[in-house]
Design a protein around this ligand. Structure first.
Ligand code: NAD
Length: 249
């Protein structure tokens, strides 16, 4: 689906991001991997190369506009184009009711999970326009569509990602840049391993998904690969939940 495309994914050292990088590689893409975690990021790049695909890892902070600018510049220098990007890096933040939510955690979650997606789009769109178009997939969440107690910053940031996605899609779809958002339900990655350790919390999360289970990173990466490809050529400004039915209630 992605033969010869150059595709960039942030948060590529773990969970969904690593899986997106590997799925893209299997579909024929050359992959740029970005993450703060250098050791695991290099490990992801090595796994991509084992599949026979070209891979480039760069240490980048998703909350830094300068790092996004450098990441896109490096991609353009190395590959000469940028066809697809998945803005996936994210953090969970604190767990506290709004009146007790720590100010620094609020700032940090908004910086990485929302401003980070804006910075990414800003530089990626410019590069994609140079190449005649492209596809951006922003990683939102089911919590971009409904609330979740004790997670004001995360819920607000993910709702913001949907708004940013829609506005940018309106601006650039006529010039060939498609911009969509994906909303995972609870997916078994290191991000939720803390929640899963408590049996009662784990059972409640499972029960919230009508399929009676949590999701796997591969189930998100499949959709991300399709959205990145030309098979999704008429899809823009959309939000796709991948949540085992969570939002159907
Ligand atoms: P994860 O913790 O396994 O991976 C997140 C990756 O992002 C890590 O490699 C981490 O190093 C990186 N990262 C964190 N902050 C960064 C920063 N400032 N700059 C660069 N990299 C940074 O988590 P995951 O579950 O794979 O989450 C990926 C995305 O999916 C996130 O945006 C998350 O909000 C979203 N999501 C996850 C779930 C879930 O249940 N796991 C559900 C909905 C949405």
């Amino acid at each position: 689906m992605l033969k010869d495309k150059v595709a960039l994914v942030t948060g590529a050292a773990s969970g969904i991001g690593r899986c997106v990088a590997l799925t893209w590689a299997r579909e024929g893409a050359r992959v740029v991997l970005a993450d703060l975690n250098e050791e695991q990021g290099q490990e992801s790049a090595a796994l991509v190369r084992e599949l026979g695909a070209e891979a480039l890892y760069l240490r980048a902070d998703a909350g830094s506009p300068a790092d996004h600018e450098a990441l896109v510049a490096l991609t353009m220098r190395h590959f000469g184009r940028l066809d697809a990007a998945c803005n996936n890096a994210g953090i969970g933040g604190a767990s506290a009711p709004t009146a007790d939510y720590p100010l620094d955690a609020w700032e940090q979650v908004l910086r990485v999970n929302l401003s980070g997606v804006f910075y990414a789009c800003k530089y990626q769109i410019a590069a994609m326009l140079q190449g005649g178009g492209g596809s951006i997939i922003n990683m939102a969440s089911i919590l971009g569509a409904v609330g979740f107690a004790n997670s004001a910053a995360y819920t607000a940031a993910k709702h913001g990602v949907l708004g940013l996605t829609k506005a940018a899609a309106l601006e650039y779809s006529a010039r060939g840049v498609r911009i969509n958002a994906v909303g995972p339900g609870f997916i078994q990655t290191p991000m939720i391993s803390g929640l899963e350790q408590d049996p009662a919390t784990h059972a409640a999360l499972v029960a919230a998904h009508p399929m009676g289970r949590l999701g796997q990173p591969e189930e998100i990466a499949e959709l991300v690969a399709w959205l990145a490809s030309d098979r999704a050529s008429f899809v823009t400004g959309a939000y796709y939940p991948v949540d085992g039915g969570y939002l159907a209630r």
